[in-house]
Every structure is written in structure tokens, then in C-alpha cells.
Design a protein around this ligand. Structure first.
Ligand code: FAD
Length: 501
């Protein structure tokens, strides 16, 4: 069998790899995206899920990063109105920490630096009189409110991978780049699937978007030297029963200079994070420690009247930030900006260091611009394109939901809301011909039906129950252990069935 050829091989199915593969396909190239595990299986599903300018980065004078990130909030709101939505943050003023004038100055810059269309400006509130102050301890009197955005990180990755595929690109999950070397003016790459099958492909250029593995890919898979290095900084989150009513989030300052978010999550939970701990081990082996759980609970306890306890934690997860090593001593101070390195000694390889969920689109554009000299026929679109699922009339999610309620009126409102958020306009593909829940097949619990599971397997590369429970949906938080076990068993059976033809 002759080896297949691609314009571009993108290694790593996190947000940066998926974003670059999508941009390559948009530019008219023929990319292959390979991910050794599941899409968004590493850092890109373990983030705080904020599309934000990063108020804290202003203190570090990272104005370029903040400006670009602030601008991306409005762009991503338009590109994926089902996955990205505005979120108001309450910042209680802590008398012993940053002075009010400094916060006001920071928020002024935040309001004016990046350009706003939909997002409102910041303002001050009296926490004793405002409903959003009620969950807080009475010692906090003054507060500030500003807006950023929240995004479903794992599904943002999927939307990019789906778009890449729809534009003619190829996406392969559970496929690792084993080795690659230059052969003439191209790369010869050896891929290995999770089932142990090997395949050789040829590509004109290679993108190393392996996140925390970027150096490992350079040194071990490509056998190249690395001028730059990545500093791995672990960050953990905990999920507890909701600490407060309402749609707002809280941003809390710690005496150690760090900040921690309390975010409304999945309807009845709060997501709390994060930490910053240098990680030297295997990027695939990261866990949220008991000490981190205590750190997060203690800080929230300094602000909230009813603080969370470690016993209330229903889920904890950790991820590794693949930061560009700028030699900062303090892990919280290492730049969150990205660096792209192009090695042109023969067929090109572009490596991605650092970056944020927020800036993935800009990173992908810059990556493609660096590769432009190698592809005469590359045509990068001038304007951002709507992501898969995001083609809602007028970009208005609420109007889309109203319409969906009319069309699928027999389905429970909560189920429909979740599906509309997850799938956007692809909701109609999922629910084609559905009148009521009896058309959705077996119910696994918490609104997860066979119809959706099959769709995720067929259309969104879901292989394991974990892919479904913890990334494509967050049903793992809502389903009992027995319900989850039943899904695992059903999926094993469905795979046996399809393997047997
Ligand atoms: C705790 C925490 C909170 C964060 N919060 C935010 C936030 O609120 N907002 C924000 O904008 N950013 C946030 N970030 C940053 C953001 O999550 C990351 O910058 C981003 O997810 C990195 O994406 P990536 O694609 O570079 O890496 P990853 O998502 O880690 O993807 C790299 C992929 O490469 C694959 N891979 C590695 N080697 C190979 C190989 N040989 N072959 C095939 N595949 C391979 C891996 O399996 C992995 O899936 C946060 C990060 C952390 C850790």
C-alpha cells in the first residue's frame, strides 16, 4: 500500500492543534491531525474554561497578551454562541490586599484595551446591598463587577476538529506520532494507533502542538534539539455543590498574590480553581492533591459565609499548563503568552510553546502565517469563520433555544437546553425525526440517551465512556456510579457488535 501524503501533519488534539488543523483546512490545505488519546484529553479539558483578558496579567504588564485576549472574547462569542457566553465576575475588595484604586485602574484598562461590543463595562457595587454580596461574609462591603466569557473548553476543541474534517482535513484520535524524520523536502512520519497498528505518512510540514509534550516530541519523536523549553505548571480544580445562587462568578484574591475563581457550573455546582504548582513528572500523570483541595477550600472560606469542605468535593481534576519557560522563579508569574518556533532546516516543523484557550485562534492564524512561504496555494480567510454548531440565526442563542423548544416541545426543557448548548445548530441533526423521549432510545441516566451516545460515537470520535461522561458531556457529574457502569458496559457491547460486523 502506498503511503498517504498530506500538506501538514499536526501533532496534538488539544485546542492549539485542533485550531491549527482547522485553520489549515480553511486555508485550502490538506491537514492530518493526530491525537494520541482523546481530543481535549489533556490540558484543554482541564482549564478554568474562561475566555478572558486576564486581569492578573495586567499587573505583570503583559499588555500584548491582555489586548489580544480581550479582543478574542467578542470574536469567540460570535464564532460559537452556543459554546461561549458572557459571565459577570464579582471581585470583593479585600482591605488588606490590592487597594481599590489599583483595581479600578486595572478594570479601566480592561474596559478600554481590547475593544468591546457585547460585553458591558465594569462597575462598583455595595456588597451589603446587592444580592451578589449575600453569599459573602459581611466584612466585605465594597466590590467590583466586570465581564469576561465562559466556554466549554472540550467542546471548543471538538468544534475545531469537526470543522477541519468538514473542510476536507483528516482527524485521527488514539493515534500517536511515534517517529518522524526529514526525507528530501518532506517529513516521513510513523504513526501508531492504540490497537498497535503502524502506518507511514508523508507530509510537507509538521506542527508540534503537543502541549506539555512539546519538548518530548521535539527531542524523542523528531530527534531534534530544542532551543526553547516548556515549564509545566500544574493547576487543579474542585467541584462542590453550588455555593451561591445566580449566574455570577467570583474572583477571590489570596494573600500569596494569586487569585482563585468560584464559577457557577453545570446548574447545581460550583467550580473552584486553580492552583499553580511546578510539575516535573510525566504530563499524563497529574492529580489534584489533598493539599490543593485544602488550599482552595480555605481560600473560599475566607470570603464565603458557608465555605466548602473537602468532604463536599464531588469531582477534582488537574491539568498541566505548558508554559513557555521565561525563567521566572514564581510559577504564577511565568508568561501565559505563546511562542511559535519554526525550524527551517529542510522540511519545516513549527513548535507551539504556551498559549491559552482564549488565544487559540490568534495562535492558529500566526502559525499558518509562519508556514505560508511553504504553500503557494494557501489562502487564509480574512475574517473569523463560524465554528461548527455556531450557525445560529443572528448569533442569538436564546432565540435559537426558543425555536428549538417549539420544534421539540415534548422534550424536557433542561435536556433541550443542554443539547442546544452542546451541539448548537447540529441539534437538528441529532434530533432529526425525534418527537419525544421514546424516540431517544435507552436512558442511561441524567438525560443521557442512546441517541446521543451513538451520535457522539459516530460523529464526534467518542470511544470510551469517559470521553462521553467527562468531555463531550459532563454527565459524569450527574449520573450515579451504577448508571456510569451501565454505560461502560453498553459501550463495550456496542463496540463488540460493530467489530463483529
Ligand atoms: C488549571 C488550568 C487552568 C486554565 N485556565 C484557562 C482559562 O481559564 N482560560 C484560558 O484561556 N486558558 C486556560 N488554561 C490554559 C489552556 O488550558 C491551555 O493553554 C491549553 O489548553 C493548551 O492547549 P494545547 O493544545 O497546547 O495542549 P493540550 O490540550 O495538552 O494538547 C496537547 C495534546 O497533544 C497530545 N500529544 C502529545 N504527544 C503526542 C504524540 N506524540 N502524538 C499525538 N498526540 C500527542 C496530547 O495527548 C494532548 O492531548 C488553563 C490551563 C490549566 C492547566
Amino acid at each position: 500500500m502506498t503511503a498517504k501524503s498530506y500538506d501538514l501533519l499536526v501533532v496534538g488534539g488539544g485546542i492549539n492543534g485542533a485550531g491549527i488543523a482547522n485553520h489549515a483546512a480553511q486555508a485550502g490545505l490538506n491537514p492530518l491531525l493526530v491525537e494520541q488519546g482523546d481530543l481535549a484529553g489533556a490540558t484543554s479539558s482541564a482549564s478554568s474554561k474562561l475566555i478572558h483578558g486576564g486581569l492578573r496579567y495586567l499587573e505583570q504588564r503583559q499588555f500584548r497578551l491582555v489586548r489580544e485576549s480581550l479582543g478574542e472574547r467578542e470574536v469567540l462569542l460570535k464564532m460559537a454562541p452556543h459554546l461561549v457566553r458572557p459571565l459577570s465576575f464579582v471581585l470583593p475588595h479585600h482591605a488588606g490586599l490590592r487597594p481599590a484604586w489599583l483595581i479600578r485602574l486595572g478594570l479601566f484598562c480592561y474596559d478600554h484595551l481590547g475593544g468591546r461590543e457585547r460585553l458591558p463595562t465594569s462597575y462598583g457595587i455595595n456588597l451589603r446591598r446587592h444580592a451578589w454580596g449575600e453569599p459573602l461574609q459581611p466584612a466585605f462591603r465594597k466590590g467590583f463587577v466586570y465581564a469576561d466569557c465562559w466556554a466549554d473548553d472540550a467542546r471548543l476543541v471538538l468544534a475545531n476538529a469537526l470543522q477541519c474534517q468538514e473542510l476536507g482535513g483528516t482527524v485521527r484520535t488514539r493515534t500517536r506520532l511515534e517517529l518522524a524524520h526529514r526525507e528530501g523536502r518532506q517529513w516521513r512520519a510513523e504513526l501508531r494507533s492504540a490497537t498497535g497498528q503502524s502506518e507511514v505518512v508523508y507530509t510537507r510540514a509538521l506542527v508540534n502542538a503537543a502541549g506539555p509534550w512539546v519538548e518530548q516530541v521535539l527531542k524523542q519523536r523528531l530527534r531534534l534539539g530544542a532551543r526553547d523549553s516548556v515549564k509545566m505548571v500544574k493547576g487543579s480544580h474542585i467541584v462542590v455543590p453550588a455555593l451561591h445562587p445566580g449566574p455570577q462568578a467570583y474572583i477571590l484574591q489570596h494573600q500569596d498574590g494569586r487569585i482563585v475563581f468560584v464559577l457557577p457550573y453545570e446548574g447545581r455546582f460550583s467550580l473552584i480553581g486553580t492552583t499553580d504548582i511546578v510539575h516535573d513528572g510525566d504530563p499524563g500523570e497529574v492529580h489534584c492533591s489533598d493539599a490543593e483541595v485544602s488550599y482552595l477550600c480555605e481560600l473560599v472560606g475566607q470570603y464565603f459565609q458557608r465555605p466548602p469542605t473537602p468532604e463536599q468535593v464531588v469531582w477534582r481534576f488537574a491539568g498541566v499548563r505548558p508554559l513557555y519557560d521565561d525563567r521566572s522563579e514564581n510559577p504564577s508569574a511565568i508568561t501565559r503568552d505563546y511562542t511559535l518556533r519554526l525550524d527551517r532546516e529542510g522540511a519545516p516543523v513549527l513548535s507551539v510553546f504556551g498559549g491559552k484557550l482564549t488565544t487559540y485562534r490568534q495562535l492558529a492564524r500566526h502559525a499558518m502565517q509562519s508556514l505560508q512561504p511553504y504553500f503557494d496555494r494557501m489562502r487564509l480567510p480574512d475574517n473569523p469563520t463560524t465554528l461548527v454548531g455556531g450557525d445560529l440565526p443572528g448569533g442569538d442563542f436564546e432565540a435559537f433555544l426558543q425555536d428549538a423548544r417549539l420544534r421539540y416541545g415534548e422534550l424536557e426543557p433542561d435536556l433541550l437546553l443542554r443539547l442546544a448548548r452542546q451541539f448548537g445548530d447540529r441539534l437538528h441533526k441529532l434530533l432529526a425525526g425525534v418527537r419525544d423521549t421514546t424516540d431517544l432510545g435507552q436512558h442511561f441516566g441524567a438525560g443521557l440517551y442512546e441517541r446521543e451516545v451513538r451520535y457522539l460515537q459516530l460523529e464526534e470520535w467518542a470511544v470510551s465512556a469517559e470521553d462521553i461522561l467527562w468531555r463531550r458531556t459532563k454527565r459524569g457529574l450527574h449520573m450515579s456510579a451504577a448508571e456510569q457502569a451501565a454505560l461502560v458496559e453498553w459501550m463495550a457491547g456496542s463496540q463488540r457488535y460493530s467489530a463483529g460486523g
